[in-house]
Ligand binder design. Structure first.
Ligand SMILES: [Zn+2]
Ligand SMILES: [Zn+2]
Length: 283
């Protein structure tokens, strides 16, 4: 079976905030598609990071709503959307993470392909400050002014106190000072819209790479894309006592369409585990 081909097709990008500048060039170069940004699509209506409009459902559902809206609006059949989430890192305690999800939908082939990148490379944060000095300290910690800030009065629905996209120290002092003189406390948070946030752009670029990797990995049985390792089988034997450890003995690739599976043993090239990972030798 040959892999799916996208060459010559139009790819509708359901995005605002400049993400297409990161996503489109590698897809055009490697898939031979022509990227177009869905005209007039207001992706903010599917949710904003600051919470004026809450996102409904999971990030995947949000991305799906965006792609389908863009395909319906343009009459095209191939589309892509991205969705970012920020919060505690799923694997590293006390660390913030940026989770960037990309969803490719191909209505002609009934394909939905998801790629995700989880990265601690994020400046995500917010703080309530009582002085301009506190504001400036926090601003430095979250990579201002290369990364923009949002200032508000603690309630984003109070629109007259909200300033977004601040990337200039004088403007930060002015916006934060106005809120401080009015109520004595100002909330400063990172502006996570992609074109205001170079860290986020880097993670989106990695997610795009992961998507291309999946597209370049067809199932050997049926050609469906996304035949990449998905599950880990623990049990790599300890080099001292031979008992199974939590390290991977194998990884399993499985086709989403036909179920064909392939076990790759010793994915890290090691046949024995360091005893440090053994429950018996190193409790
Ligand atoms: Zn298959
Ligand atoms: Zn052992």
């Amino acid at each position: 079976m040959s892999a799916l081909e996208f060459k010559g097709r139009t790819l509708v990008v359901a995005t605002m905030h400049g993400k297409e500048k990161i996503i489109v060039p590698p897809l055009e170069a490697r898939l031979g598609v022509r990227g177009v940004v869905a005209p007039g699509l207001d992706t903010d209506r599917f949710g904003t990071f600051t919470g004026e409009i809450p996102r409904e459902g999971s990030p995947l559902e949000a991305a799906r709503r965006k792609v389908l809206a863009a395909l319906d609006a343009t009459g095209e059949s191939l589309g892509i959307a991205s969705e970012g989430s920020f919060g505690p890192h799923p694997a590293i305690p006390f660390m913030a993470a940026d989770v960037e999800l990309l969803l490719l939908v191909d209505r002609d082939n009934d394909l939905e392909l998801v790629a995700q990148e989880v990265s601690p490379d994020t400046n995500y944060g917010r703080r309530a400050c009582r002085t301009l000095a506190e504001v400036e300290t926090f601003a430095r910690q979250v990579l201002f002014p290369s990364h923009a800030l949002i200032v508000h009065g603690g309630n984003v629905h109070e629109k007259e106190l909200v300033t977004k996209g601040i990337a200039d120290p004088a403007r930060l002092r002015e916006a934060a000072g106005a809120v401080l003189s009015r109520q004595g406390v100002v909330t400063v948070e990172t502006d996570m819209r992609a074109f205001h946030n170079p860290s986020r752009m880097r993670v989106i670029a990695k997610a795009t790479e992961a998507l291309l990797q999946k597209l370049a990995s067809p199932c050997p049985a049926c050609g469906w894309p996304g035949f990449v390792p998905k599950e880990k089988v623990p049990g790599l034997p300890c080099s001292w006592c031979g008992e199974p450890t939590s390290l991977a003995l194998a990884v399993v690739s499985r086709c989403d369409r036909c179920g064909h599976a392939h076990n790759q043993h010793y994915p890290d090239g090691l046949r024995k585990s360091d005893p440090a990972y053994c429950d018996g030798c190193n409790p």
